[in-house]
Design a protein around this ligand. Structure first.
Ligand code: TXA
Ligand code: MG
Length: 345
């Protein structure tokens, strides 16, 4: 496995690798993806092995144009057309009925497929190069082990998956991802459409593009679904190994004192909007960005960094309740799930 900058030569090598059934981890504007030829079931199976992900969790298929997406769908509703025209290329995944050419290995046996045309230039160049010599359809989940923190930089991919990749597999390194959290997933098989996962495109932007009222269907409400349609909807997901507690600003001080009162407490990281005066050497404070896009951009890199530093607890101030904070709030609260279970009194 090698890690390459996305030069012309590297992109053509990566397209060849996909065409021969290898895996290619590549940057997108949201997070790094672990890609395989979506129309090659054996290659797709390797994604599940490397990620350690259950085989019934469907993968998003990445393409290089709107027409390429339409070819992978058996039905292309008006809503999908409007959303694609408005937000593609970009951080939006559209769930539609799949074409017969899309293998079961990609969809987890469901009759729908998630499709995305990403905007990141190296991702586009890779998809175009692969379209010239192969199917041009790249199935790619986020390039992390199942349940772990998503990668917003190539070194996150290398440290999480390096040991599982094989000779012939590649990682393309084009620096940090601009959006930093995953795409918004919109189910266009129902009318009105539903947001299955909040992400890079806000719910308000989707409502406004479709000129409709509030769009419902957050993943939390999908527990009754017989199939795990969105694996990111498992309550514990995107989780660091270090316990993480997300609390409103007003409750942070008390939680910190409670943690410091524990005899085994050596170091606590606080990610807060306002630094509080403290001289306790066990406490490290980091200022949280005051804009949702900046918080999204930094979130996974911070979690990776702090997880490696071995804090006893990550104490994170809950983002505001406003709609523009929905996606980052969703990701932090899922990262907090394990911590919450063991720390709430
Ligand atoms: O930004 C992103 O979406 C990144 C980049 C690499 O594109 N990809 C990503 O993939 O986050 P992944 O597999 O980590 O999360 C995609 C989610 C999964 O939870 C999966 O269940 C859901 O998309 N999904 C895929 N196909 C689906 C379908 N047909 N119906 C409902 N959910 C689907
Ligand atoms: Mg993921």
């Amino acid at each position: 496995m090698s890690c390459l900058a996305p030069t012309r030569a590297a992109l053509s090598q990566a397209a060849q690798a996909l065409a021969s059934g290898h895996l290619v981890a590549f940057p997108t504007e949201t997070v790094y993806g672990l890609g395989a030829d979506a129309l090659n079931p054996d290659a797709v199976k390797r994604i599940f092995q490397v990620k350690g992900r259950p085989a019934d969790h469907p993968l998003i298929v990445h393409v290089a144009s709107l027409q390429a997406a339409q070819r992978l769908a058996s039905d292309w509703p008006k809503t999908a057309q409007v959303l694609a025209e408005t937000f593609w290329p970009g951080p939006l995944t559209l769930v539609v009925k799949r074409a017969p050419s899309v293998p079961n290995a990609v969809t987890g046996g469901q009759d729908t497929v998630g499709l995305r045309w990403p905007s990141q230039p190296a991702a586009q160049a890779l998809l175009e190069a692969f379209a010239a010599i192969g199917s041009g359809a790249v199935a790619a989940p986020s390039a992390n082990r199942f349940g772990g923190i998503s990668p917003s930089q190539a070194q996150h991919v290398e440290s999480a998956l390096g040991a599982y990749l094989q000779p012939g597999d590649l990682i393309l390194d084009d620096g940090p991802c601009g959006v930093g959290i995953e795409s918004t997933i919109v189910d266009c098989t129902v009318n009105p459409v539903r947001v299955l996962r909040p992400g890079g495109i806000s719910r308000a932007a989707i409502e406004s593009a479709l000129a409709i009222g509030p769009v419902s269907g957050s993943p939390q409400h999908e527990a009754h679904q017989p199939l795990p349609r969105v694996s990111g909807s498992l309550a514990s997901h995107y989780a660091p190994k270090t316990p993480l507690l997300m609390l409103p600003a007003a409750d942070l001080h008390e939680a910190l004192q409670a943690q410091l009162a524990r005899p085994e407490s050596h170091s606590v990281l606080c990610w807060v909007r306002q630094l509080a005066p403290t001289h306790d050497p066990r406490v490290t404070q980091v200022l949280m960005p005051s804009r949702p896009e900046l918080l999204a951009q930094q979130l996974y890199a911070r979690l990776h960094e702090w997880d490696a530093l071995g804090f006893d607890l990550l104490l994170v101030e809950a983002p505001a309740l406003g709609p523009e904070w929905e996606a980052v709030r969703d990701r932090i609260s899922r990262a907090a799930f394990d911590g919450e279970a063991s720390h709430t009194p």
